[in-house]
Ligand binder design. Structure first.
Ligand SMILES: Nc1ccn([C@@H]2O[C@H](COP(=O)(O)OP(=O)(O)OP(=O)(O)O)[C@@H](O)[C@H]2O)c(=O)n1
Ligand SMILES: C/C(=C\CO)CCC[C@H](C)CCC[C@H](C)CCCC(C)C
Length: 349
């Protein structure tokens, strides 16, 4: 029997029988969302919601997701999820055993889904690095350019894979293992336990394996931390990674090419060209991340609403990157740190 319940001004239907093949259960799309229930008026129907996990118990903070409810439902269905293959929990009101069995089945399903996705992304990372290793070995890319292209692309692509993970609370930690796994590879290469000069060349400035224990290792550790701490429903983490990957990476490429003149007055090792490129690419990549996660319903900030915050974060990170403090603070540490702190100040999530 369906019963209507209300949360944050939106009415939901709780209950109705569950199908064992829960993966096939879909929430209704916005176009089918408005239906009438007997005895109610203007009720929005957003699929069948678990009797064990009503919206108010699932909502830990704004936008945060439960194992069963996508953010669009928690937010009163601002948007429908674009990945409907994620399991949606349904349960029989009044049938606790069945509801529990389904919850257990979904939890184990989420775990295997997350492990498979993490394994897939880890393999994709190996293939990606191998491609750059080959291009450097064949002289298509210089060592410096290869390192910066790996720096720009691997983090960006990794962030784009976040929606593939399930809505389970542990999904973020399983995703965070992917950069950690790459960190182990860097430690093995950097300490010489694993001897692969071609891989070292594609990831280092001068070909010295010990370099991998600094910038590249900080990079994967920051990526792992942002994944586990901020994840896909929090803009400060996206800001940290956008500025570290896109901003800092582009500053180097543009600065080396066009920054021979017009050096910064407070740091003659860096140029206006590099810093302006960092600011613009940081803004563009962070706006891209915000648009992507907003479109998928993970965050409630649109690009336009977020524009002042995006500009503030990018300016702060660009300023820090331009300071002559590289010898003490690696850019892969200082840039994401400042971007995430400013991000936490200017974005509510
Ligand atoms: N704002 C910036 C940043 C970088 N550069 C150029 O890019 C080069 C590399 O800068 P940077 O990335 O800071 O140097 P590294 O610390 O050597 O590299 P990484 O951060 O990748 O470790 C600089 O020498 C400079 O020519 C620039 O002109 N302006
Ligand atoms: C050279 C680097 C930084 C120096 O400033 C970057 C090092 C990159 C790591 C070795 C690899 C990181 C892989 C990502 C965590 C996952 C990428 C997955 C994607 C689908 C390709």
């Amino acid at each position: 029997m369906a019963t209507a319940t209300s949360f944050r001004g939106t009415n939901y239907i709780v209950g109705e029988p569950i199908l064992p093949r829960h993966r096939n259960i879909r929430t209704s799309s916005p176009s089918t969302a408005k239906k009438r229930l007997p005895g109610t008026s203007n009720v929005k129907v957003h699929g069948v919601i678990s009797a064990r996990a009503p919206p108010h118990t699932s909502l830990r903070r704004k936008n945060e997701r439960s194992t069963s409810l996508p953010p669009c439902i928690l937010q009163g269905n601002r948007k429908a999820p674009k990945f409907p293959s994620r399991p949606r929990v349904a349960a029989c009101a009044g049938n606790e055993d069945l509801a529990q069995a389904v919850t257990v089945a979904i939890s184990s399903n989420s775990l295997s889904q997350d492990i498979s996705i993490a394994a897939f992304v880890a393999v994709a990372a190996l293939v990606w690095i191998r491609l750059f290793k080959k291009l450097t070995k064949e002289g298509v890319l210089s060592q410096k350019l290869s390192r910066k292209l790996v720096h720009i692309t691997s983090g960006t692509l990794f962030v784009l894979t976040w929606p593939l993970f399930s809505e389970a609370p542990n999904a973020r930690f399983i995703a965070a293992v992917v950069p950690l796994f790459n960190g182990i590879r860097l430690v093995l290469l950097g300490t010489g336990v694993w001897n692969d000069p071609a891989a070292v060349n594609s990831l280092s400035r001068e070909g010295d394996p010990r370099e991998l224990l600094r910038g590249p290792l900080y990079y994967v550790l920051i990526m792992s931390t942002c994944t586990a701490v901020f994840w896909r429903n929090s803009v400060p983490g996206m800001a940290a990674l956008a500025l570290m990957c896109g901003g800092d990476g582009i500053a180097d490429i543009v600065g080396r090419r066009y920054g021979k003149v017009h050096k910064l007055p407070w740091n003659t090792g860096k140029s206006w060209a590099g810093s302006i490129a960092m600011f613009i690419s940081g803004v563009v990549l962070l706006a891209g991340f915000v648009a992507y996660f907003d479109a998928l319903g993970y965050i409630s900030h649109g690009v336009i609403d977020s524009a002042p915050g995006i500009i503030a974060v990018s300016l702060a990170a660009t300023l820090v990157e331009s300071l002559p403090v590289n010898r003490f603070f690696d850019d892969n540490f200082s840039v994401p740190l400042v971007a995430s702190v400013v991000g936490m100040l200017v974005f509510s999530t």
